[in-house]
Design a protein around this ligand. Structure first.
Ligand code: IMP
Ligand code: MG
Length: 177
């Protein structure tokens, strides 16, 4: 029987751990003396968010949103709708959105626009991964774990068709599907 091809690991668990720790330190320094409201984007961000908040030295609360984007097949129309909204009022709070990956930028540019209307004291974005070359709209996250090339990755919360989220390493999809 042919042996299954070994998945190509882009970021192993130990490297992720180190980088997430650095991000948590940087965020803790930037928000010293404040209380954060961390907003996770479901489903992809939950693994990263769980690790990130446990590295923080500042107190935080958590809440979640879920978004759906519309389009034909894999081409997004650019329309992004909130299908599960926050349960916490954000006016006057320091809000940090946590996302698994920025790709076209459509999701985060829309979400930041919607949340800004609710008048938080501050609003920033922390993305675990950033595929800069794929942007369709200009968007820059305030904190980025790793900038990656245009390859489809899974693991550490990221999925392909809801699969592979449980993998502890970030892997390139071609090699494990
Ligand atoms: P965008 O920035 O609005 O295009 O969308 C970002 C979303 O696309 C992320 O939250 C992921 O759900 C998904 N996505 C983009 N690239 C990847 C990838 O390489 N692996 C897994 N999901 C991805
Ligand atoms: Mg996602």
């Amino acid at each position: 029987m042919a042996e299954a091809k070994k998945p190509e690991i882009l970021f192993p668990k130990a490297v992720i751990e180190q980088r997430v720790g650095e991000l948590a330190e940087q965020i803790s320094r930037d928000y010293e003396g404040k209380e954060l409201l961390i907003v996770g984007i479901l489903n992809g961000a939950f693994v990263f968010m769980a690790d990130l908040i446990r590295g923080l030295d500042v107190p935080c609360r958590v809440d979640f949103v879920r978004l759906a984007s519309y389009g034909c097949g894999s081409v997004s129309s650019g329309e992004v709708r909130i299908t599960k909204d926050l349960e916490t009022p954000i006016a006057g709070r320091d809000v940090l959105i946590v996302e698994d990956i920025v790709d076209s930028g459509l999701t985060l540019s829309r979400l930041t626009e919607v949340l800004r209307e609710r008048q938080p004291a501050s609003l920033r974005v922390c993305a675990f991964l950033d595929k800069r070359e794929r942007r369709r709209v200009p968007f820059a996250a305030d904190y980025v774990g790793f900038v990656i090339p245009d390859r489809f990755v899974v693991g550490y919360g990221l999925d392909y068709d809801e699969k592979f989220r449980f993998l502890p390493d970030v892997c390139v999809l071609e090699d494990i599907a």
